[in-house]
Design a protein around this ligand. Structure first.
Ligand SMILES: [Zn+2]
Length: 234
C-alpha cells in the first residue's frame, strides 16, 4: 500500500496548488499508482479512482476523518468524525455498463469530468457527460436527454458503482434534521495535504534556521525525529 512521505506531500501540494480539482484528483491517483501514466489513469472510472484515493488517504493520515458541515435547515455547525474503513471498497476495475430504454452507457471517468469541467450550467454539463458516456454510434450527433432520463441514468450509475458516490448520513442535534451529504474524498484529502504541506515547510524553516540542514534533509526525517528536534528548538 503506497503511503505519502513528508517529501511527497510537499511535492504534490506544489504541483497541484494552481490546478483544477479534476487534475488534482489525477495527481493523487498518480501517487497511488505511480506505474501508470496520467493518460491511463484518466480512464479509470470515478468510482475506481475515489476508492484508490480513499485508500491512499487512510494509509497516509489514518482511518479517522474529522469533518464539519453546516445544517441546511438551522445553519448550526455540525462537527463529526467517521472511520473511512466503513467505505473501504475495492479499487479493482470493473467494466460496468448500464442500459436504459435501449441506450447503453459506460461509467464516467476523470477524462470525461475534465472535458466538462468548464461548463458552468449543471444541466448542460450533465447532458454532455451522458453524450460522452453513451456507447451507441448515435452519440456522434448531439442527443437531448430528458430530465427524467438523466435522473434514471444517474440513479442507475450510482447503483451499479456506489464507490463514486460516498454518502454520509447526518443528523443535526440542534434541530433534529437528518439528511445525506455526498463526501468528496478528493477535495477533502487535498485540503489536508495543503494544511500538512504548509506546516512541513514551516518546520523546514525552523530546523534549517537552527541547524543549517537542507530542505530535503528535514523532510526525510521521520515524524518522530522531526518533532523531537522541533521541541529542542522551541
Ligand atoms: Zn439543524
Amino acid at each position: 500500500m503506497p503511503v505519502l512521505s513528508a517529501f511527497e506531500v510537499v511535492g504534490l501540494w506544489e504541483q497541484g496548488q494552481n490546478r483544477h480539482p479534476v487534475d488534482r484528483a489525477l495527481l493523487l491517483l498518480g501517487a497511488f499508482q505511480p506505474n501508470e501514466s496520467y493518460e491511463q489513469l484518466a480512464d479509470w472510472t470515478v468510482g475506481q479512482r475515489d476508492a484508490a484515493i480513499l485508500k491512499l488517504r487512510m494509509a497516509t493520515f489514518g482511518v479517522l476523518f474529522n469533518a464539519y458541515i453546516d445544517c441546511p435547515t438551522c445553519k448550526e455547525r455540525l462537527e463529526f468524525s467517521f472511520d473511512g474503513r466503513t467505505f473501504q471498497l475495492s479499487n479493482d476495475f470493473e467494466d460496468l455498463a448500464i442500459e436504459i430504454d435501449g441506450w447503453r452507457f459506460r461509467l464516467p471517468t476523470t477524462r470525461d469530468l475534465a472535458q466538462i469541467a468548464n461548463e458552468r450550467d449543471l444541466d448542460i454539463g450533465m447532458q454532455r457527460l451522458l453524450d460522452l458516456c453513451c456507447l451507441q454510434d448515435e452519440s456522434q450527433t448531439k442527443l437531448e436527454w430528458s430530465a427524467a432520463m438523466v435522473q434514471l441514468i444517474e440513479a442507475r450509475m450510482e447503483e451499479v458503482d456506489p464507490r463514486a458516490n460516498i454518502g454520509l448520513d447526518l443528523a443535526c442535534e440542534a434541530c433534529g434534521h437528518t439528511w445525506q451529504s455526498a463526501f468528496d474524498i478528493c477535495g477533502f484529502f487535498w485540503e489536508e495535504i495543503e494544511v500538512r504541506a504548509k506546516r512541513l515547510l514551516h518546520e523546514v524553516h525552523v530546523l534549517a534556521s537552527a541547524y543549517g540542514w537542507s530542505e530535503r534533509e528535514v523532510l526525510t526525517l521521520s515524524d518522530q525525529r522531526r518533532n523531537f528536534y522541533l521541541e529542542m528548538v522551541s
